[in-house]
Every structure is written in C-alpha cells, then in structure tokens.
Write a protein that binds this ligand. Structure first.
Ligand code: NAD
Length: 290
C-alpha cells in the first residue's frame, strides 16, 4: 500500500483566490486596503524566510503588509509601545508577532497586549477561549491548515481516534481543540508521554507537531491512517545539502499511511493562506464593531 500524498498548495491557491476577490471588495467599500503589520524581533533566519513568504502572499492578494524589523536589543516595553500604536491605527487590520522571540523576551504579555480583533494568529487568550468554546473568531493559521487537510482526506472526523503530538499553543493544543470540536476522540501527546508508539498505532488521524526530524516512522502508524506532518526542521542530507525535513520519516510512513502530507508543500502553504484569510476576517470584524 502506498499513501495518497496530500499537497496543501491546491487548497491554499483556492483560499488565496477567494481572499484576493474579497480584499478587492473591501478596499472598494471602505476606501482603504486591508493592512497586516508584522513584528519581527531579532535575526532568526527561519523567521526571516517565513516573513518574506507572508509579505509576497499579501502583495499577491492585495493586502498591504508592513514588517517592523526590531533588533534583539529592543526592550519588551518598546515592543509593547509598538503594539499599542498598531492597535489604534485605522490602517492596520492584522497584527502578527513572529514567533519564536529571542531569549530575554516574554511572548505571552506581548500577545495579551494585541487587540483581540487584530490578533490574526489567534493566540490571544480571548481568541483561544472562543476556540475552546467552539465559537472561534480567529483560528490559529497552522492548526486551521491541518484541519483543512484532514477534511480533504477523511469522509468524517466524528468518532475517529486522533493523536496530536506536540502541545504548543501555536500548534498542538489548538489542533487538539479543533479536532475535539469536530467530535474526534483526541489524545494530546508530548515529550513526557509514555508509550508514544502504541498510542500512535491506534490513531486514525495522526498530527505530528514536534520539530524532531524523522522521529515518527512507519512503525508508529496505523495502516490507512491520515498523517499530517507539521514539523519543519533544517537538516543536512547525504549529499551535504541543507534541506527541510518533517517529523515523519516519509519513505517508511508512505508504505503504511492512507494519506500523508509532504514537507515542504503540505501544511506550510495553508498556514500562509489562512493568515491572509484571517486578515480579511479581522477587517470585517472591525468594521462590524465600529
Ligand atoms: P514547540 O517546540 O513549541 O513544541 C514542540 C512540542 O513537541 C512540545 O509540546 C514537546 O512536548 C513535543 N515533543 C518534543 N519532543 C518530543 C518527543 N520526543 N516525543 C513527543 N513529543 C515531543 O514547537 P511548535 O511551535 O509547536 O512547532 C512544532 C514543529 O512545527 C516545528 O518543527 C515547527 O517548525 C513546525 N511548525 C510548522 C508550521 C507550518 O506552517 N508548517 C507552523 C508552525 C510550526
């Protein structure tokens, strides 16, 4: 058996096309474009690449994007001041604090300071609370992308056994909440979990958000399972090339899984597409409130 490989690009292109149309309508109706402001602190190379990708995507759908590049010597108080300025700016519909932050910063108070109606990453406690309550405004982008991919593979999610590995707010916990809301029976595994392999072998849906390249081999996978690989790590291959690798060992997993997402090209494109969709949603929510 060889798994069906589920690319995220096609679904991402459809979401972006829809956002592009609606962003144009927004601009015409309100006489200003949607604006997404990104705060990047420090010089993390992976974050710089992600931000370039997000900026290009914004440009293609007609969303104005502005990146605030701050050196890691910036103080937490200065970042807070910037967030307060962006919160009150009528030109800014979405605010994204690029994670992870350099050592010395405390991310949570900064996330808490973002206006929940501009929180396009969906990480503000109010938005996470709404997600838990099953009435989300903003769903964090990567988890939303995972759910979309699962929906493309599964006839139904209800009643399925789902194992999510990784308990970060950004990814694992939010995916677990989304799958719970969709009536799956969810196990949230993490670095302290015992018998990870046995748990995974019982999963109809397996989501890996660890950041440990190739940890999940075919042996972990239930025959026919849906396997979503969120992990992205940069590694050096046999030919001494720097490549991106997921948490799932692709070759052994594809022999067992029913559906498998590649890295790159699986979840990543949907993360970007849902950031654009959340910026559009932010614009509409703010207009409703004004
Ligand atoms: P994180 O470091 O915050 O969390 C990692 C989680 O993995 C933790 O909860 C930890 O308990 C768990 N873990 C670590 N080692 C483990 C082990 N041996 N067994 C079981 N669990 C283990 O990372 P994150 O921000 O959640 O990101 C996870 C991965 O997803 C990273 O590779 C990141 O680059 C990737 N990511 C991808 C996208 C995308 O768009 N595709 C977006 C965000 C994150």
């Amino acid at each position: 058996m060889s798994a069906i490989i589920i690319e995220g690009r096609t679904a991402a292109a459809q979401i972006k096309a829809d956002v592009a149309n609606k962003a144009q309508e927004y601009t015409a109706k309100w006489n200003r474009p949607l604006g997404l402001d990104v705060i990047l602190i420090g010089d993390n190379p992976a974050s710089q690449v992600y931000i370039r990708t997000k900026q290009q995507a914004c440009m293609l759908v007609g969303i104005r994007s502005n990146v605030h590049f701050l050196p890691s010597s910036t103080s937490q108080a200065e970042v807070l001041t910037l967030i307060h300025q962006l919160n009150v700016s009528p030109d800014v519909q979405g605010i994204l604090l690029q994670l992870p932050l350099p050592l010395g910063f405390d991310a949570q108070p900064l996330i808490n300071a973002i206006d929940p109606l501009k929180d396009v990453d969906g990480l503000h406690p109010s938005n996470l609370g709404l997600l838990l309550a099953g009435q989300p405004n903003f769903i964090p982008c990567t988890p939303q992308g995972c759910l979309k991919l699962i929906q493309l593979c599964a006839d139904k999610i209800e009643g399925k056994n789902a194992v999510v590995i990784g308990r970060s707010l950004l990814v694992g916990k939010s995916i677990a909440a989304l799958l719970t809301n969709a009536s799956a029976t969810v196990t949230l595994a993490h670095s302290k979990t015992k018998n990870l392999k046995e748990l995974c072998q019982n999963a109809d849906i397996l989501v890996c958000a660890i950041g440990h390249p190739g940890l999940i081999t075919g042996e972990f996978i239930k025959p026919g399972a849906i396997v979503i690989d969120v992990g992205i790590s940069r590694v050096i291959d046999d030919q001494n090339n720097s490549i991106l690798k997921g948490d799932v060992e692709f070759e052994s997993a594809r022999e067992i899984a029913g559906y498998l997402t590649p890295v790159p090209g699986g979840v990543g494109p949907l993360t970007v597409a849902y950031l654009l969709a959340n910026t559009l949603l932010a614009g509409h929510l703010q207009q409703q409130q004004s």
